[in-house]
Design a binder for this molecule. Structure first.
Ligand code: GTP
Ligand code: MG
Length: 317
């Protein structure tokens, strides 16, 4: 890195940690574009992270996540907490209609200095949320935001990933689960810290709650308790209770590990970096080792698992 670039990076990092929102916006753009300055920024802020409560909202399209987040922001602001939101657009590198809609639905906070809303795309990842999301959360955290909210559309993989990153994971459903019940059973109950039935002003909300509670009861008795709440995001009904529960979960499950930093997020980032490095090394060794191994696998001399183990052993030597 040139001296000028170094100076620019140092200045940006200083302003970011100082809480200047323009610097945060700038830094996020660097991270998203994978600019050369990105690793420098991330390295410099690492010791400043670990103070934000990171809350993930996920759920099927249209259940009211953005509207609910808007109401949650209002509640946190009432409690004198600042809130940064990262809305992850899983579909395309160009922000589509969904994100525009998010902007409108969270628009009431546009002029509030204590609210920062940014959409980020998850392009270029093997699927799901991407390390970029975790890095953007680190930036927001280092910039001093009290609460960091992530919105992702429930597309299977991203739901599971959000749970690996967020301190508190909230799965939002709408009344009348119907066919979705099976999908919910498959993964969501495993990752949710809190289940919310939004649109409780619509019929079937109580029935949906009962279905969810019944499903939760089928799990092993030693599993932690998952509260099931109802909200009406459009009116704000139930949102104060939701924020109480978020705070309670945070205090019980996350605060005790704080001395070690944001453990979940760091674990995710380290595992992600390890996977990337393995891919890079695999690519580098593909010419020789891989060809030979493929031949041996196809001759039945070596199983795929043994080949993988041998490869890892060779790499780690
Ligand atoms: N009746 C009712 N409508 C709601 C409620 N919450 C949200 N909506 C409406 O549901 C629609 C979808 O809301 P969004 O907040 O965009 O939902 P979303 O889950 O963020 O949608 P995607 O980001 O596209 O996945 C909007 O028309 C909202 O006004 C609610 O509590 N009751
Ligand atoms: Mg939305």
């Amino acid at each position: 890195m040139s001296d000028a670039a170094n100076d620019e990076a140092a200045k940006l990092i200083r302003r970011l940690v100082d809480g200047q929102r323009a610097a945060l916006a700038r830094a996020i753009t660097h991270i998203e574009s994978g600019a050369g300055i990105a690793p420098r920024i991330l390295g410099a802020i690492q010791s400043a992270v670990g103070h934000s409560r990171v809350i993930g909202f996920t759920g099927a399209p249209g259940v009211g996540k953005s509207t609910l987040i808007n109401a949650v922001i209002r509640e946190f602001r009432g409690r004198k907490k600042t809130v940064a939101v990262a809305a992850v657009d899983p579909s395309s590198p160009i922000s589509g209609g969904a994100i525009l809609g998010d902007r409108v639905r969270m628009g009431e906070h546009g002029s509030d200095d204590g609210v920062f809303i940014r959409s980020i795309s998850s392009r270029g990842h093997l699927g799901g949320l991407s390390a970029t999301t975790a890095q953007v959360i680190d930036l927001m955290d280092a910039a001093g935001w009290d609460v960091v909210v992530i919105e992702t559309v429930g597309a299977g993989q991203s739901e599971v990933e959000i749970a690996q990153i967020a301190d508190v994971s909230i799965v939002v459903c709408a009344p009348g689960l119907g066919d979705d019940v099976q999908a919910i059973k498959a993964g969501i109950l495993e990752i949710a810290d809190v289940l919310v039935v939004n649109k409780a002003d619509q019929p079937l909300a109580d029935q949906t709650c009962r279905q969810l509670v019944a499903m939760l009861e089928l799990r092993h008795a030693d599993r932690r308790e998952v509260p099931v709440l109802t909200t009406v995001a459009t009116s704000g009904d139930g949102v104060d209770r939701l924020v109480d529960v978020i705070e309670q979960q945070y205090q019980e499950n996350v605060a005790p590990t704080h001395a070690r930093g944001p453990v979940k997020r760091f674990q995710y980032l380290i595992a992600n970096a390890a996977a990337r490095q393995i891919h890079e090394r695999l690519a580098a060794s593909a010419e020789v080792t891989m060809h030979d191994m493929c031949a041996r696998v196809s001759r039945g001399e070596l199983s795929v698992d043994s080949a993988a183990r041998a490869l890892l052993d060779a790499m780690l030597k």
